[in-house]
Structures are given as structure tokens and as C-alpha cells.
Design a protein around this ligand. Structure first.
Ligand code: MOS
Length: 712
């Protein structure tokens, strides 16, 4: 096949060129429908009633009264709901979080636990009835307090090298004693919530013998697989679709709403939709555990690390184990003769936390990258120079070589653009009227991997191409990125390619998660499209049914050699601090990343800056606070839980250095999570530079700034 051109556009160069979202027009005109808006005939609506008790048992659910209310069709609870199976291992290789298996017993493990689903003819009727439903509890004493400090009497770790538990080499105490400079500091991060724009929503219906679920999720097969196992169905009898997703950030896997919708659709034999409210999401959608972290660093007079210890304590529920691996970044970033990391967890009467953008790395990098900044100050070495001096040759824990490690290049380029060379390292010196000014930097990294996926590429008889892959576009621009990748592999212009995603019937593919979605999907799309192009070169004409080629990257991905594979980045922030009011404003931010081949600079920039803005939010605003007495949140909504809004976000720039992955067909590494990594530390380090005071607990609230004051 020849390399065709249309007009002035040369084919084969779509990857790396800015492209607006292929579904952008549908989204801004409202033509794109989200899971909670897709019409169904005979649709009924389920509304959750959540526990007001923080621990105990449901004694009774007074459903009779609400069954008399207008439109009410059913009240599902532990006494009458279908039984499900939770004794299985899910697609991600983990047992299911029993939180999703609603109404299976009378135990209440936390406030906000689903105790009933009221189903009615309209959403309003369901809500009215669910709010009127009286539930009696046998309450037991609860404990929701995540005490200060990185040790806790009930904390435990899961052993295993490279896993989320404990790693260690060398004599820590001896190396610390022999160090010229020692830092020992504790850091904490609060409970944080994903808050995607689109709440979780699912509609379930039985169509013949087949269960069909329309949902908003990060992987239709992930949800279909778990629903099939939970309801003991043939996997082929479950179809999950998820066309457009208004954000997920780790929270959109299998959750209570899909399971409750399937139960209700089964009981009522009609389609049932369950949508979470924003408030309900605070107990049903997962969240990032709070962390208490301790970092001990020992260095020689030149700033070379002799000792590194990072321990991180997080929280999980009493019903499921999820560990926020705050100590993870230290296993990649810095080496030392004595190197020890530990992730521990403590069970409390709270909902189960889950993956949230850069799980582990986001809170872990706040502690580690703050500690590096503190060490630089103590050593009298520039914080960038300190990091460059501590660039490891091999993975500090794994001993494996890095596939590529362009962190110094990110710092060089970032420092040049940010104007770092002129920086006076002394804190508390710069003023702009009532504001104290400071700048800070931090490093970022995130695992870069690929997972097996399948794809199909079809040459249609009209000269267009259809690519089918069970990808999920959760707002990242994945659908557009895959269009560019397919166009290049097919050597055709992008407007001749359509990409179909978000349907479990499309077959196995990686979820949108772990920064591995687009890379994994692009690999499969490239394989199918390249083979199709070769096939077309040998055929005269395309038959009416088209020519389809399928790919499966299981073998190719499995053949990847063992290496340390990561994206890297350098974050820079300038802040202004009003010490009279305690207000901290970020004035500008710059992130420079080495994150593989950038497929679509337009949407990639949005991914990076979105993460960085979340870093501002994490540094200054976000904090979910629990009431010890009720065990529930104060202000579980977007008024009580502050996220950065436009007025908080100044000039935020993201760029990248050339860093194609040597082992990926397109050169992709993955960019989903790295934007937030190190961003909060860069802001906190800038606050120190402005005020001379270290803030080791996030968020850096006005009251904390006021209390801490200024130290020149
Ligand atoms: Mo991400 S936290 O793997 O959605």
C-alpha cells in the first residue's frame, strides 16, 4: 500500500500531533450520553439507604411504610435480596471488596454502608421513600480514629519483596550513626476523595437470558467479570457497556450500585437504574487512605545517601484489605547502602479505601520529596543537585536496570524554563507587599507497564477503517489517542478511522488504570492495524463485509524483559503566603516529564496539568474529616470538601523531554498518574522557601500557616 496523502496532510504522522477529541463535539453539544442518562423503556429507579450507625447490626428495616408510598416497587435489604458469591478472585487478581456485595448480611462495618435499596417508578419517588425509610440498628462501639504517628498497636504489613509490604537491606542504625547529616521527620496526608464530575451510575436489565449493564466504569470487562462471578453466570451471558465516562481516577470499578441494580432488575424483571449522589460517593466510591509517614535519611557531607528509611501507615476497613503504598516511591527513586521501606495498615470502622490517582506515589512522594528538600537544606546543597547526586544506577530494591531514566533531563529543562538558577536558597527573604514568596521543586515517578489486550481492525468496503478494542475513555482522551495510533499503523488520515470502545463484547483488554490503558491498548491496536495493512497490500478489493484482523498482545507483553520501567518528572512551584491570614496561593507551576512518546500533545497536556492542579488541591485544600462520634464525615459534599477551583489555579504549564520507550511499538510509557506525583511536595517546599517553616501535614490550611508562623 502506498503512503497516501490527503491535501497537505501526510499520513503516518498523526501520533505526536495535537488532535481535538474525536467525541468532543458530541460532548459539548450533549449528544454524548452518560450512563445515568441513557433512555430505557420500563425503567425503574433504585435509591440507596445508607447506615447511620458506624458499627453494629441491622435489627429491622421498616419497609412496610415506604412500600405504601407513591411509585414504590420494592425495598431490597439483607432479609430479602438475592444471595451472591464473593468467594472468588477478580480480574485484577484480588478477592472482591465485599462492600460491593450488598445486602448479604445484617452486619454494619461503617457509617454509610448500604442497608437497603428502595426501587420506585421515578427517581424522585425512590429518593423520597429511601429518605423516609426507618432502619433500626444494634449499635456497637466504633473506632474511626487514625491516630498520629507512623506506628499503631494494631498495624500490620503484608510480607513479600516488591509487594506492598516491607523491604530492607543494610544496617540502618549504623549508617545513620555514620552520616554527616541526618533527617528524621514525620509527615501526614489526610483522607482524600476522587470526586469525578460524573457520579457512579448503572442500569441493569435482563435481555432474554443475558444480563446487560450500562455503566460508568474504568473497564467493562472488569465489571462484567465480577458480576458474572458474583451472580454465578456464564461470562458470555453478561454484557457491560460504558461509552462515555466523566472521570474515574481509580474509583470506578465494581461497586455497590452495579450489584444493587442487577439484584433489583432480577427481582422486578425490569430495567433498574442506580445512581450515587455526591454525598453517597463519600462512603460508596472508595477514597485515598490517610497516611502517617516517617522518613529517615542519612547522608555524607556531599549529600550522598547512606541511609534511607520510609515507613507509611494507612487505613483499611474491617471487611477488606487495601494498602496505600506510601513507601513505594523510595523503592524507585533513591538508593542507599542501608535502604528500608515499609507499608503498614490498620483496620478501622471506615469504608474500604481504593486506588486513587497515583495510589501510593501521590502521598508517598509528598513525604519523600519533602524530606529530600529538607536534607538539601541541611546539607547546604541545591535540591536539584542533591537529587542528581543520588541518581541510582539500578533499582534500589530490585537491582534491575532502568529501561530509561530521564529524571536529570527533566530537572535540567525544568530549571531552565522555571528560572531556577537565579534562586536564592535562603528562606523567608522575598516579599511582594503582604505576600512572602518562595519556590520549590520535587521529583516524580510512576510505574510504566503494559498489560495484554486484544483488538480488531476492519477495512470497510467504503475505504474507512473500524478499530474495536475494549478500552475505556474516562476523560483521558484515550479514544482519540487510539485513533491517531491506528491511523499511523494503517498509514491513513485520522478521519478515515473510527474507534469503538467501552463494551465487554469487544473482548479482553486492559482497564483504564495504573497509567497502563493507552499503552496497552495502543500495542494491540498497532498489531492489528499493521497486519491489516499488510493484508490489504496483497488483496485487490475489500469485500462488502470488510476485512478484519485480530490481535492479542499476551505473548508480546509477556516477552518484555524484567526491568525497572517508569515515567519520571520534575515539578516546580512558586507560592505566595500571606502570614497575616495564613492564605497560600500558588502563583505558577511547571512540570517537565519523561513519560514516553506523547501520542496527543493536546490531551496529554491536559492529563499532566490536571494532575498538577490536583497536586495544588492536595497541598492546600483537600481533606475529608470524620466525626469520631458518628463515624461519618463532616461536610461530605463539594461545599465541605474543598477541591481547587479556577480561582486557585494559576498558570500551570506541562511539557516533556524526548523519552520514547525502547520496548514499546509506539514508544508509549503512560501519563495518567504522574502529573500529581511530587506536585504537593513542590508546593510544600515552596511554602518553606517563602516562610522558613516546614509544613509536614497536608493540607497546608490557613490555620496551620498561622499557627506555624514565619522563621527567617
Ligand atoms: Mo488509576 S488510580 O489506576 O484509575
Amino acid at each position: 500500500m502506498t503512503t497516501a496523502t490527503t491535501g497537505t496532510r501526510t499520513t503516518g504522522h498523526a501520533v505526536g500531533t495535537a488532535h481535538t477529541r474525536v467525541e468532543g463535539r458530541d460532548k459539548v453539544t450533549g449528544a454524548a450520553r452518560y450512563a445515568g442518562e441513557i433512555p430505557f423503556t420500563e425503567l425503574a429507579f433504585g435509591w440507596f439507604a445508607l447506615s447511620t450507625a458506624a458499627r453494629g447490626r441491622v435489627r429491622s428495616v421498616e419497609s412496610d411504610a415506604v412500600l405504601e408510598m407513591p411509585g414504590v416497587l420494592a425495598v431490597l435489604h439483607h432479609g430479602n435480596a438475592p444471595r451472591v458469591d464473593i468467594d472468588y478472585v477478580g480480574m485484577l487478581g484480588m478477592p472482591p471488596d465485599p462492600t460491593a456485595a450488598v445486602f448479604q448480611h445484617d452486619r454494619v462495618p461503617h457509617a454509610g454502608w448500604p442497608v437497603a435499596l428502595v426501587v420506585a417508578a421515578t427517581s424522585e419517588q425512590a429518593r423520597e421513600a429511601a429518605e423516609a425509610l426507618v432502619v433500626h440498628y444494634e449499635e456497637e462501639p466504633h473506632d474511626v480514629t487514625f491516630a498520629a504517628g507512623s506506628e499503631h498497636p494494631d498495624a500490620y504489613s503484608i510480607p513479600g519483596p516488591g509487594g506492598p509490604g516491607v523491604t530492607g537491606k543494610g544496617d540502618l542504625e549504623a549508617e545513620l550513626a555514620a552520616s554527616a547529616v541526618v533527617l528524621d521527620a514525620e509527615y501526614s496526608t489526610p483522607e482524600e476523595h476522587h470526586n469525578p464530575m460524573e457520579p457512579h451510575a448503572a442500569t441493569a436489565r435482563w435481555d432474554g437470558g443475558r444480563l446487560e449493564v450500562v455503566d460508568s466504569n474504568q473497564g467493562t470487562l472488569w465489571v462484567a467479570d465480577e458480576l458474572a462471578k458474583m451472580f454465578s453466570l456464564d461470562p458470555a451471558a453478561v454484557r457491560v457497556r460504558s461509552e462515555h465516562v466523566g472521570g474515574g481516577f481509580g474509583s470506578k470499578g465494581l461497586r455497590a450500585h452495579q450489584v444493587a441494580a442487577v439484584m433489583a432488575a432480577t427481582v422486578l424483571s425490569r430495567p433498574v437504574r442506580v445512581v450515587m449522589t455526591r454525598r453517597q460517593m463519600f462512603s460508596l466510591a472508595g477514597y485515598r487512605s490517610p497516611t502517617n509517614q516517617r522518613v529517615r535519611l542519612g547522608a555524607d557531607a556531599e549529600g550522598r545517601l547512606r541511609a534511607l528509611e520510609h515507613s507509611s501507615l494507612s487505613v483499611t476497613s474491617t471487611v477488606h484489605e487495601f494498602i496505600e503504598s506510601g513507601a513505594g516511591p523510595a523503592r524507585v527513586m533513591y538508593d542507599a547502602p542501608a535502604h528500608h521501606t515499609a507499608n503498614r495498615v490498620v483496620r478501622l470502622d471506615v469504608p474500604t479505601p481504593t486506588f486513587m490517582r497515583a495510589p501510593g506515589e501521590a502521598p508517598g512522594s509528598f513525604a519523600l520529596e519533602s524530606a529530600l528538600d529538607e536534607l538539601a537544606e541541611k546539607c547546604g546543597i541545591d535540591p536539584i543537585e542533591l537529587r542528581v547526586r543520588n541518581e541510582p544506577a539500578l533499582g534500589p530494591v530490585s537491582g534491575l536496570p532502568f529501561s530509561s531514566r530521564n529524571l536529570p533531563a527533566c530537572f535540567r529543562e525544568g530549571a531552565r524554563r522555571f528560572g531556577w538558577a537565579d534562586r536564592d536558597p535562603r528562606p523567608g527573604l522575598r516579599r511582594d507587599g503582604r505576600w512572602l514568596l518562595g519556590t520549590g521543586t520535587a521529583a516524580a515517578s510512576f510505574f510504566a507497564g503494559a498489560m495484554p489486550s486484544t483488538a480488531a481492525a476492519t477495512a470497510e468496503s467504503d475505504g474507512t477503517f473500524t478499530v474495536r478494542i475494549n478500552a475505556a475513555d474516562i476523560g483521558t482522551g484515550a479514544r482519540t489517542a487510539l485513533t491517531l495510533v491506528a491511523a499511523d499503523a494503517l498509514q491513513v488520515p485520522t478521519d478515515r478511522v473510527r474507534v469503538r470502545i467501552g463494551d465487554s463484547d469487544l473482548g479482553p483488554a486492559m482497564i483504564a488504570g495504573g497509567s497502563m490503558g493507552t499503552r496497552s491498548w495502543a500495542w494491540a491496536v498497532t498489531a492489528a492495524a499493521e497486519e491489516l495493512r499488510e493484508r490489504l497490500a496483497l488483496s485487490d478489493a475489500v469485500p462488502p463485509e470488510g476485512i478484519t484482523v485480530r490481535s492479542d498482545t499476551t505473548a508480546a507483553v509477556g516477552a518484555l524483559t524484567q526491568k525497572e520501567r517508569h515515567s519520571f518528572g520534575a515539578q516546580f512551584a512558586e507560592v505566595a503566603v500571606d502570614v497575616a491570614t495564613g492564605e497560600v496561593r500558588v502563583r505558577r507551576m511547571l512540570g517537565v516529564f519523561a513519560a514516553g512518546k506523547i501520542v496527543n500533545p493536546l490531551t496529554a497536556r491536559g492529563q499532566f496539568t490536571g494532575g498538577m492542579i490536583w497536586g495544588i488541591s492536595m497541598a492546600l485544600h483537600e481533606e475529608a474529616v470524620r466525626d469520631r462520634n458518628t463515624g461519618a464525615h463532616y461536610g461530605a459534599d463539594l461545599a465541605g470538601y474543598h477541591v481547587a477551583t479556577h480561582a486557585d489555579v494559576p498558570l500551570v504549564e506541562a511539557d516533556w523531554v524526548d523519552d520514547p520507550d525502547p520496548d514499546d511499538p509506539v514508544g508509549i510509557k503512560g501519563i495518567g498518574e504522574i502529573g500529581i506525583v511530587g506536585a504537593a511536595a513542590a508546593v510544600a517546599n515552596a511554602v518553606w522557601h517563602a516562610t522558613g517553616v516546614r509544613h509536614r501535614s497536608l493540607p497546608i490550611r490557613p490555620d496551620r500557616v498561622l499557627e506555624a508562623g514565619v522563621r527567617a
